[in-house]
Design a protein around this ligand. Structure first.
Ligand code: GLC
Length: 665
């Protein structure tokens, strides 16, 4: 097919081209162009088949761990793997572009969509998103980086304005998009909300930054029904509106005819849609499914294994084979494993896969494994069945495992959570079981921070399962019984209570959310102000033990190389994520106490030693200066901080930066 340019199309064709075709396609202008098919979503393919009679059916697909769980792996290789496996799911279903990943920062732990996002930290979010995109596109399926930008609440998301200062935007909310653009996503999606009063769909400044500063060379779509004024959006640089909206299209044509939008302005957007169509056509020719469904399920299992976080363990895990175990809580064996997930456009239809932790434990344990659902949260109201049996089981067993969480009823697109705590019925269940068995393990299925204050001191172990996908039960069973050594670490802080968070009590009304906390998001806030937390950013225990030593810092003119030796001093093979933070010692602008600048996950056999090596350039020390409207690394003293978490600091070193030259002190 000859590649057309905007010169080959009439004005009417170009106006039509930038207004999509139905819900999930770009227009092919009567067969003149390749027609591009897009589909959700970040956690698994959610493709809608729309039939002639109007019926809509979602195709069944593999449910991978939620992006929040993926982030808890702290492993770019896992992110890449997820992208590759999702690409195969797309290829099998003729989907050209997956509407993923979302990289919005987890500013408020109550945000309903936090499970779809990576982290409170921009570097971790951007780095993993970049790998996810690379994975997808290496298998010739396009990615769509979303939701651009400062979309950090679901409350009134279609209208509300995020009021954010320039420096905070650059260092926190734009930074994940900047890093992820290095993977050259073929598309991006603007958010619903306004930023400082201007709709994201009409945000000329935002589109300019993405294209001219971040190097984005793809097509920009709207979020679904995010366009209020197609003419204003086109003028700003929004290339294509999804889904097709007749009224918007008619108004655009009317504005064009009235001269309120020029052909040049339409051409700018139409050209990028044409380029997308041909780019996808070329990718389509190279596509080949690389993994079988079984192999992709195995990928989902590996991601779940690496994303599960052991938060607390007072000698009760791993289980011993002959121990008798009492499992309770319906999250252990939900009727549909898609319930161990968040709700909304990312929800995957999972057919045929059974999520049954008790059954899998029975395969691995010699001791008796009892199970009693006892409760299930269906939103706030919970139906309690036979809790007394669950309590008796706990009293008569060596270990009690209580499976609790939120699920799609409490964490979903379109709304935010009311509270950080679990439903009372679940909290009471934990306390009642713990009263009867001191060796109680809580397994938490949630997509964002939970306030555990009511019960965390009463139990012996806490395992953060997250929304671990269809293979999560297998991964959990292996971790609980010690076949797999847990290696996940938190990608967001778990605060003691909502009142301790940096967003508590700051200005938010129906129209404006003021980001008064500025740079103080997540650990940047808690660590700077010394606020106690339940579990810190970057925290995760293992069945192995890791010793950090021999920190070496080599400064050359404008780079710093940091090496640290990590030894597995236990008898258990494991994996350890080493985190590198920068701590400015004295600066002439406000800077958070520390900022994550690199990380490295090492697989270490029992007794094995390996070096983590980090190469930092000047940008790792920089902040966004509104004095010069650019990145700037001030001369002065800095600390290199090596941690097993943001609060478990193992080694530090001081360096000086002077006129672009680093020297070790
Ligand atoms: C939704 C979501 C977006 C999704 C799109 C298509 O409203 O905000 O993430 O990709 O619409 O379902």
């Amino acid at each position: 097919m000859k590649q057309l340019t905007v010169k080959d199309l009439s004005a009417e064709e170009k106006l039509r081209l930038i207004c999509s075709d139905g819900r999930w396609h770009t227009p092919d202008l009567g067969g003149k162009l390749p027609r591009v098919a897009v589909s959700d979503g970040p956690i698994g393919l959610r493709k809608e088949n729309i039939y002639e009679d109007g019926r809509v059916e979602t195709v069944p697909a593999i449910s991978y761990p939620a992006v929040q769980s993926l982030a808890n792996t702290w492993n770019a290789e896992c992110a890449r793997l997820m992208g590759e496996a999702l690409a195969d799911d797309c290829i099998e279903n003729d989907v050209d572009i997956l509407l993923a990943p979302g990289v919005n920062i987890k500013r408020d732990p109550l945000n309903g969509r936090n499970f779809e996002y990576f982290s409170e930290d921009p570097y971790l979010a951007g780095t993993l998103a970049k790998a996810y995109i690379e994975g997808l596109q290496s298998h010739n399926v396009g990615a769509c980086l979303k939701h651009y930008y400062a979309n950090n609440l679901e409350y009134n998301r279609l209208e509300q304005s995020s009021e954010v200062d320039e420096r905070t935007l650059r260092e926190i909310y734009l930074k994940p998009f900047e890093i992820a653009c290095e993977a050259k996503p073929v598309s991006a999606m603007c958010a619903y909300n306004r930023i400082n009063g201007v709709y994201a769909s009409e945000n000329t400044k935002g589109f300019r930054i993405l294209r001219e500063e971040f190097g984005f060379d793809g097509a920009m779509y709207s979020d679904w029904e995010a366009v209020r004024d197609r003419t204003a959006a086109c003028k700003a640089g929004l290339d294509i509106e999804f889904p097709f909206n007749q009224a918007n299209y008619d108004k655009l044509v009317e504005d064009f005819k009235a001269g309120r939008i020029s052909e040049e302005e339409v051409d700018a957007c139409a050209a990028r849609v044409l380029e997308l169509a041909y780019r996808i056509e070329a990718m389509r020719k190279k596509r080949k499914v690389q993994r079988t469904k079984e192999e992709r399920h195995a990928v989902a299992r590996r991601l779940a294994e690496e994303g599960i976080v052991l938060l607390k363990n007072e000698g009760v895990l791993p289980l011993k084979k002959e121990e008798r175990v009492a499992v309770s809580g319906s999250f252990a064996a939900p009727e549909r494993c898609s319930l161990v997930a968040g709700g909304g456009s990312s929800m995957v239809r999972v057919d045929g896969t059974v999520f049954d932790l008790p059954a899998l434990l029975r395969e691995r344990m010699r001791g008796e494994v009892r199970y009693e659902a006892a409760f299930w949260t269906t939103g706030i109201v919970s139906n309690c069945q036979k809790p007394h049996k669950a309590f008796m089981d706990a009293a008569e067993s060596d270990v009690a495992i209580v499976c609790v969480g939120t699920g799609a009823d409490l964490e979903s697109e379109g709304g935010d959570r009311e509270r950080l705590r679990l439903p009372s019925v679940q909290e009471n269940m934990i306390l009642e079981v713990a009263r009867r068995n001191k060796r109680t393990v809580v397994v938490l299925f949630a997509g964002s921070a939970i306030d555990m204050g009511a019960w965390q001191d009463e139990v012996s172990a806490i395992v953060w399962a997250g929304f671990c996908g269809e293979a999560g039960a297998e991964a959990l069973a292996d971790i609980l019984t010690g076949r797999v050594c847990p290696s996940g670490k938190l990608s967001e802080t778990l605060p003691l209570c909502y009142e301790d968070t940096p967003v508590f009590g700051i200005y938010k009304d129906a129209c404006v959310a003021r980001y008064q906390e500025g740079l103080d998001v997540g650990y940047r806030y808690y660590d700077t102000y010394g606020i106690p937390v339940a579990f810190p950013f970057g925290h995760g225990l293992s069945y192995a033990q890791f010793d950090y030593s021999a920190l070496k810092v080599k400064c050359s003119k404008n780079t710093v190389q940091v090496r640290v030796l990590v030894e597995n001093t236990s008898k258990t093979d494991g994996k350890e994520t080493v985190q590198l933070y920068i701590r400015p010692v004295q600066t002439f602008v406000y800077r958070p106490e520390k900022e994550l600048k690199d990380f490295c996950k090492l697989a270490l056999k029992a007794g094995e030693k390996k070096e983590a090596v980090f190469d930092l350039g000047e940008k790792a020390f920089a902040y966004w200066s509104t004095g010069v409207d650019g990145w700037r690394a001030d001369d002065g003293l800095y600390e290199i901080v090596i941690g097993a978490s943001s609060r478990d600091i193992r080694l530090t070193a001081k360096i000086r930066l002077e006129k672009g030259v680093f020297t070790l002190l």
